[in-house]
Design a protein around this ligand. Structure first.
Ligand code: SOE
Length: 381
């Protein structure tokens, strides 16, 4: 059957521009869907870079002004992969123009922006999604399934870590291409919005909302040269953040994130301890879900290491044969497959949407506020 075309206009050609482009290209090879993304136009301020990117990934045309892209009648869906400080204005204009919107995480620079953006897409009634891709790691989706099946019962504890080490050198500049994550005026915050936002999104998806937090942050390197101005400037992002949380379900949780954990490139872990069992996941071993089931007879108690590659595991029936694995890039393929499916089944099925992204934003802002006040802060609107 002929597919319904969904014309995409992408903004941004960096790491996420590449991850999204790959997903748009591959999704119909692996998933049987009514809709097919068409790589219509790629937008970046620098025409040469936009053209190179378009040529490499198969985008049909380029634009150098996102407003022109949004104004095009042949674009159905705006995909935002540009830095965080651009999200709000693009979303407001795209919603006004009635376009569907896919937005990279974190949704916004702060809660105020996030509220405006969420209200705009809801008022316009346009389909929307935030690319919290780790929900689509099959092992994490399996964790969600085990929890929803009631296998671990009441949750007492949740503990999460997100560790990297790429900013340890004081010689690393802040700002500019590839380094805007170090510039608070572009990123909004440091590890809280960039890394803990992932951990928070995963956690609230798995065990429900967060009630209160108390946090501490640190900026280890106080000044860095700005790669655009060439001047030494104060570093105002959080290099590291640790916080304690109470969930609505009563669970207690420590969360920790840093870009100063030597040897850790992108370690994203969580452990959940429930009444009947426990679950552990580590992105450095992404195909495994560790599961302890207390219902087993005590003489065979032990942690099971589930190799999440069987046809009955989430998403895996779309790929290869049992025992073979998929990669980081497939989390984006899975995300866009879910988005396209939601256009067939009803938008409500699509999560995380902007409202979910806003919930994470409230928590990030509460964490950053608590790091300043030293008090417990509410995670609610
Ligand atoms: C930062 O290094 C980063 O690229 C994040 O921005 C991504 O969201 C994360 O998935 C990997 O690390």
């Amino acid at each position: 059957m002929a597919k319904k075309k969904l014309n995409i206009g992408i903004i941004g050609y960096g790491f996420m521009g590449r991850a999204h482009s790959n997903a748009f290209r591959k999704v119909n090879n692996f998933f049987d869907l009514e809709y097919e993304p068409v790589l219509k136009a790629a937008c970046a301020r620098n025409a040469e870079k936009a053209q190179d990117f378009a040529d490499n990934w198969g985008w049909e045309s380029i634009e150098t002004d996102w407003r022109t892209l949004i104004a095009r009648d042949d674009i159905d869906c705006i995909d935002i992969g540009s830095p965080n400080n651009t999200h709000r204005d693009i979303v407001m204009a795209a919603a006004e123009a009635g376009k569907m919107i896919l937005c990279e995480k974190p949704l916004a620079m702060n809660t105020g922006e996030g509220e405006e953006m969420t209200a705009a897409v809801e008022k316009a009634g346009v389909a929307n999604m935030v690319w919290y891709n780790y929900r689509r790691v099959p092992a994490i989706t399996l964790a969600k399934q085990l929890i929803d099946e009631g296998r671990i019962g009441r949750v007492f504890h949740y503990r999460a870590k997100y560790l990297q080490d790429w900013t340890i050198s004081p010689e690393l500049p802040q700002g500019g291409e590839g380094l805007w994550r170090l510039d608070a005026s572009v990123a909004g915050s440091g590890v809280t919005g960039d890394l803990l936002a992932h951990s928070i999104d995963t956690a609230i998806w798995l065990i429900g909302g967060m009630d209160t937090v108390t946090a501490m942050t640190e900026t280890f390197i106080k000044e860095r040269e700005h790669s655009l101005t060439g001047k030494k400037q104060e570093v105002t992002i959080d290099d590291a953040c640790a916080f304690l949380a109470r969930f609505d379900c009563g669970a207690l949780a420590p969360f920790e994130s840093t870009r100063y954990a030597r040897g850790r490139k992108n370690q994203n872990t969580f452990e959940i301890n429930g009444e009947h069992g426990s679950i552990f996941f580590d992105l450095e071993d992404p195909h495994r879900l560790e599961y302890f089931d207390n219902n087993h007879d005590s003489h065979v108690h032990g942690w099971q290491s589930i190799h999440v590659t069987d046809f009955e595991h989430p998403y895996m029936d779309h790929y290869w044969v049992p025992g073979t694995t998929i990669g980081y890039e497939h989390t984006f393929v899975n995300a866009i497959a879910d988005f396209l499916k939601s256009l067939e089944d009803g938008q409500d099925a699509m999560r995380p949407n902007f409202r979910d992204g806003l919930e994470t934003q409230y928590i990030c802002d509460a964490v950053l506020k608590s790091a300043k006040t030293g008090a417990w802060e509410s995670c609610k609107a």
